[in-house]
Design a protein. Structure first.
Length: 132
């Protein structure tokens, strides 16, 4: 049973915010062009839609993910946070996404870019939540 007294809302918010910093670097200068090529996007495609909905929705979803991760970590410390951040991505998200990518015939490049981002971002989220 989860002990809610160890739930640190500020750590969860900070961890979710960290995914935006990582994502900005990951999908910007590091792998932005590869990601766009993998999806067949152009710069014009990325300008479509409503940015507040995209970024606001993404932040809300990362808050949920960070909250769930915080429940796994509890008050275990940074090493437990890192462990659960990595294991939740490797054991659940990256593997289940990999199945989707195989059946949807998506490229290995796209799988590596997106899976790598999740791997790094959840490791950092786990560290932040565990540390605080």
């Amino acid at each position: 049973m989860f002990d809610y007294s160890s739930f640190n809302l500020w750590a969860v918010i900070g961890a979710a915010a960290a995914t935006f910093v990582i994502g900005g670097i990951w999908y910007g200068p590091l792998f932005g062009k590869a990601w766009m090529r993998g999806w067949g996007f152009t710069e014009a495609d990325l300008q479509k839609g409503h940015p507040a909905l995209v970024f606001g929705g993404a932040f809300a979803l990362m808050l949920i993910a960070a909250g769930a991760l915080a429940m796994l970590i509890g008050d275990g410390g940074a090493h437990v946070g890192l462990h659960w951040g990595l294991m939740s991505r490797i054991g659940f998200a990256v593997t289940s996404n990999g199945v989707d990518y195989l059946f949807e015939r998506r490229s290995l490049l796209l799988f590596a870019v997106n899976g790598g981002y999740k791997f790094v971002s959840f490791a950092v989220m786990g560290l932040i939540i565990g540390y605080f």
